[in-house]
Design a protein around this ligand. Structure first.
Ligand code: HAM
Length: 429
């Protein structure tokens, strides 16, 4: 094959016969797992009395340039739209939330407790736990400066992971306080305009070569390394842990001042969640961003805020590797896949009568399937079993009676067409 033709073919297969790098196809099993994750997210967020909202998937690029920080701006999927606007697929929700709060602040009683589930896009290097699209659950509390809100938020994050069956042996929430570091930098007389860059360097500790980090930190390297090695103390962090202790959740958290968070807008308490085995990337991350709303509105609206986001990719990976959580997922998916009723059409002459009843059953809300074309009765019962039908209803020579088979007990009964709905109801109740 000549090289040009080969390249042309390769190009073609890359461009449209496969998903783009870092993007996923969701086959039915993948969708079932995704729905399971969303259901747990929604269920626990609602348990904490959070309400659901959403923003648009496309925003002005400027919103992220101003608010997210350099790392995310480098990863933007951005383009100029047909109206010559500079736009970007959303890499995160927080700047949108701040924008929405500035516009609608007066319409809601504070504090707001909002959650959202959506897809996000970052042009990252594809690797384990990091793709170019992912789904996030975002939970944010707006308009509350008290530490009680931070405790509530961390507790919510823990309870969401517990709903998947994870225990304190599977994950840990590493909590930290950016104020700890800004106090330290102030004490060392470091000028405020260098803080951001230094915090980013501390955030990368352990993820880039030690010499490189030391070089960037200059004469602060030794004291910072010593804090990172021996741990830092903060009254606020002790209080936070105390609040979680009262809820019986202390074993799920650890103070770790090495957590600084890469995003530029964080102000106070920050946290990240990791698997205990240290095998995966962060499961979730968040913290306080008390100045973001004021910055975005040129101080027209000023409100404390805090939140976190959890991604579906690492949750999925951790579930796969954690036997009890995986079993819970598999059971839920198997249950969800089951249909209620399979209609067996034993005589093709009865197809129209069967279809009229199928319509009635579906109108009643039952999940019903049947063969679209003629098939042997034995095969139809096999399909009923494979689909997990609770009841099979046979339309054949007995008409206007039908045969009902309880697929668990194997019991069969002949019932008249007029009575069969109430019989089905009593089995499926
Ligand atoms: P983040 O740490 O950038 O925070 O992302 C939160 C979580 O989203 C991560 O811990 C990870 O599970 C998931 N995630 C992020 N990027 C990817 C990726 N490329 N592939 C797969 N999963 C990913 C934020 O986004 C903040 N806006 C969170 C927040 C909400 N802070 C306050 N409120």
């Amino acid at each position: 094959m000549d090289v040009v033709r080969f390249l042309a073919l390769e190009e073609r297969s890359v461009t449209f016969m496969q998903p783009l790098p870092g993007f996923r196809d969701f086959l039915p099993g993948d969708c079932a797992a995704r729905n399971y994750i969303f259901a747990r997210w929604r269920e626990v967020a609602r348990r904490y009395a959070f309400v659901e909202w959403d923003g648009p998937p496309l925003e002005a690029t400027e919103l992220y340039k101003k608010k997210s920080g350099a790392e995310i701006v480098d990863q933007l999927f951005n383009f100029t739209d047909k109206g010559e606007r500079e736009v970007a697929m959303r890499p995160e929700l927080t700047p949108t939330l701040a924008r929405v709060i500035v516009a609608h602040e007066r319409e809601f009683k504070k504090p707001l407790k909002w959650f959202s589930i959506g897809q996000f896009f970052r042009y990252e290097k594809q690797q384990r736990g990091r793709l170019r699209e992912h789904f996030q659950l975002n939970c944010d509390i707006i308009g509350e400066a008290n530490l009680a809100a931070d405790i509530e938020l961390v507790a919510l994050c823990i309870d969401i992971l517990r709903a998947f069956g994870f225990t304190e042996k599977d994950f840990v929430v590493r909590i930290s306080d950016r104020d700890f570091w800004t106090d330290f930098l102030r004490e060392k007389d470091v000028s405020v305009d260098r803080w951001d860059e230094l915090l980013q360097t501390i955030d990368k500790f352990g993820r880039e070569a030690l010499e490189k980090t030391a070089q960037k930190l200059g004469k602060l390297a030794d004291p910072i390394f010593s804090i990172l090695k021996n741990g830092g103390k903060s009254q606020k962090l002790d209080q936070l842990v105390g609040g979680l202790r009262e809820r019986g959740l202390e074993d799920y958290v650890a103070i770790d001042v090495g957590i600084v968070r890469g995003l530029a807008y964080y102000t106070g308490i920050v946290f990240e969640v990791f698997d205990r085995g240290g095998k995966f990337r962060a499961i979730a991350g968040g913290g306080r961003y008390d100045n973001l709303i004021a910055q975005l509105s040129d101080s027209a609206v000023s409100m404390p805020a805090l939140g976190f986001a959890m991604g579906d990719v690492v949750v999925g990976e951790l579930m796969n590797e954690t036997a009890h959580a995986r079993q819970k997922l598999e059971n839920a998916i198997a249950n969800d896949a089951k249909i209620d009723i399979y209609v067996v059409i034993a005589k093709e002459q009865r197809r129209d009568d069967a279809l009229a009843e199928i319509q009635r059953l579906r109108d009643h809300g039952y999940r019903v399937d049947y063969p679209l074309t003629g098939e042997k009765v034995g095969r139809q019962f096999q399909t009923a079993e494979q689909l997990g039908a609770r009841v099979a209803v046979l339309f054949g020579d007995e008409w206007p009676q039908v045969k009902l088979k309880d697929m668990i007990s194997g019991e069969q009964q002949l019932v008249s067409k007029d009575d069969f709905m109430s019989h089905v109801e009593s089995i499926l109740r």
